[in-house]
Design a protein around this ligand. Sequence first.
Ligand code: PAF
Length: 282
Amino acid sequence: MTDAFRIVRTPAALTAAIAAWQRAGRRVAFVPTMGALHDGHLALVRLGLQHADACAASIFVNPKQFGPTEDLDRYPRDEAGDVEKLKGAGCTLLYAPSVATMYPPGFASHVRVAGLPDALCGRVRPGHFDGVATVVAKLLAAARADVAVFGEKDWQQLAIIRRMAADLDLGTQIIGCPIVRDADGLALSSRNAYLSADERARALALPRALADARTALLDGLPVAPALAMGLKSLKAAGFARTDYFELVDGATLASLGAVQPGARLMAAAVMGTTRLIDNLAV
Ligand code: PAF
């Protein structure tokens, strides 16, 4: 079935559009985003369509997940361009609410997942994951889709959303989509647009440090020197700050002192003024 592309801007319209698809017997995938779409987002749409017959996406730059000194104001926005990309990937419904629609006067409810947000990014971005959990809970509650797809680049976010969706009986299956990388290995991110050509070249040290640390760990190097090696190469490449370079349990995000099944290397570091994150299964 071919659908005409539609944009809806209220939660009620999103609920109605997806419910109409479902009443017609179609499984629906939902892809929440903050826009500035790149091939990584389009991979979420394509993966969603492998699990469903129709796909809706959302674009909402969520003020609640940005800290006071973060990049809310300069976060890239291009709804018209994003619409063309969504159409090309087979998504036929866009939910693009305003901030006032999402958080009307008097809005007073927040979702906080305990534990998982305290590690990794949560240590340097206080409140960030509460903002993510709150908006994703609202989006999933309005969409009531069969599946929702999130990228594995934001591994901690994905773990938190899985926990929340299960705890709150949101009724939508959460699917993780593998990281999409440029040909040279840099993980795709809307924030890569902030990097100068020189910073972008030096940022390649991040995926390389993760890959080298994984090789070293699999060759039997103990965890501490493998992580120290990674930190050293990020510093040498000119990262201004490394927030973490850690081996964790991929489900609990607890730090690991030895490789075990499900282990994942996680890193966040700042190149120029741009904070980049990446991760790799070990
Ligand atoms: O990953 C993102 O783009 C955002 O954190 C999300 C999940 C859309 C919530 O605003």
